[in-house]
Design a protein around this ligand. Structure first.
Ligand code: MLT
Ligand code: MN
Ligand code: ZN
Length: 289
C-alpha cells in the first residue's frame, strides 16, 4: 500500500489566517523551522486508484501538490476513487464540495456522519452521481473501524443520530500484510486502542495539542480543551507515554493545532517528541507499508 500524507494541521491549518500568535507569525514569515501545514488529509492506494482519508478544505492544493493524484490519461480521468471520513467536522469534510467535478466518487463514513452531511450530499448530487455508504468496501484494501467518540460538530449539535460520530481506521493491504492506522481525533487513550494498533506498520495519531492546558493562552479552559476530544501528547494521560509501550510501529503525529509548540522544530517540545522516536511528518510525506 502506498501512502501520501497530504496535510498535517488541525482545523484552520497552520498558520491560521486570523491568528497572530507567535507560532503563526513565525510560520507566516516562512521560517524553515516552522513549516506551514495544510489541514490533515491522507491518500492511500493498493494499486487500483487512490482513496482519501478525510477531505480537507485544502484538498485542491493538496491534490495539485501530489504527483500520484494527477489526472489523466483521458481529459477527465482521475486516479481518485473516493474518501473515507473519520468524522463530520468541517476540517475533514469541506473538501468534498471542492471535489464536485469528479463524477462517481465513493464516500464511506459512519452513519451519523453521513446524516450530518445530508446538505453536502444533496449539493454534490446536482454535479455528479456519488455513492455514500457506512460500510467500507475498497478493492484491494481491508479496513476496520475503531469507535472514538460521540462528539458532534457544532453545526450538527441538534442531531439525534446515534454514534459513533468519530472513528479511527486501520487500513490493511492483504497482499503485503502491511497495515496503517489513521487516528487524527482520539479523545483519550481508549480501552482497545492498544490492540487496534498492534502489529501496524505505521500510526498517524492525534497530535492536536502538546499539553493539556495549551489553549489557555487563547482563553480556553483546560476542561474546555479536554472537551474538544483530543488526547494531549504530554503528561501522565498523554499519548507519548502510551506510544512508548509499543515497539516496531512507525508513529507520526498529525492534526497539529496552531497552538502546538511541536510546530517549531527548534522547540524543546519538538525535541521531546523526536527523542521518543516519534515523527512529525511534513505535508507531502510518502511511504509504503
Ligand atoms: C476538532 O478537531 O476538534 C474540530 O475540527 C474542531 C473544529 O475545527 O471546529
Ligand atoms: Mn479537527
Ligand atoms: Zn496561531
Amino acid at each position: 500500500m502506498r501512502v501520501v500524507v497530504l496535510g498535517t494541521a488541525a482545523g484552520g491549518g497552520f498558520p491560521q489566517w486570523n491568528c497572530a500568535c507567535r507560532l503563526c507569525a513565525a510560520g507566516r514569515a516562512g521560517s524553515a523551522d516552522v513549516p506551514a501545514r495544510t489541514q490533515d488529509c491522507l491518500a492511500v492506494s493498493a494499486g487500483d486508484g487512490w482513496y482519501l482519508v478525510n477531505a480537507s478544505p485544502d484538498i485542491r492544493a493538496q491534490v495539485l501538490a501530489a504527483d500520484v493524484l494527477a489526472p489523466g490519461p483521458g481529459p477527465r480521468d482521475t486516479p481518485l476513487r473516493g474518501a473515507l471520513l473519520t468524522d463530520a467536522e468541517l476540517d475533514h469534510t469541506m473538501g468534498l464540495l471542492m471535489l464536485r467535478e469528479g463524477g462517481g466518487l465513493r464516500v464511506f463514513a459512519p452513519r451519523a456522519v453521513l446524516s450530518a452531511l445530508e446538505p453536502v450530499r444533496d449539493t454534490v448530487a446536482r454535479y455528479g452521481s456519488w455513492t455514500w455508504s457506512s460500510t467500507v468496501d475498497i478493492p484491494g484494501l481491508a479496513v476496520t473501524t475503531f469507535a472514538v467518540s460521540d462528539k458532534k460538530p457544532r453545526y450538527a449539535a441538534g442531531s439525534t443520530a446515534s454514534g459513533p460520530w468519530v472513528v479511527a481506521y486501520r487500513i490493511t493491504d492483504p497482499a503485503t500484510g502491511g497495515a496503517l492506522v489513521y487516528a487524527p481525533c482520539l479523545r483519550s487513550w481508549l480501552d482497545g486502542f492498544d490492540e487496534f494498533v498492534d502489529g501496524a506498520a505505521g500510526v498517524l495519531l492525534d497530535g492536536t495539542f502538546y499539553s493539556p492546558a495549551e489553549m489557555s493562552g487563547t482563553g480556553t479552559s483546560t476542561a474546555a480543551q479536554r472537551a474538544m476530544g483530543h488526547v494531549p501528547i504530554d503528561g501522565p494521560d498523554g499519548s507519548l507515554v502510551r506510544i512508548a509501550k509499543h515497539s516496531g510501529i512507525r508513529w507520526c503525529y498529525t492534526h497539529l493545532n496552531n497552538t502546538n509548540p511541536v510546530l517549531d522544530r527548534r522547540s524543546p517540545e519538538y525535541a521531546v517528541v523526536r527523542d521518543a522516536g516519534v515523527e512529525v511528518p511534513l505535508d507531502g510525506t510518502a511511504f509504503e507499508v
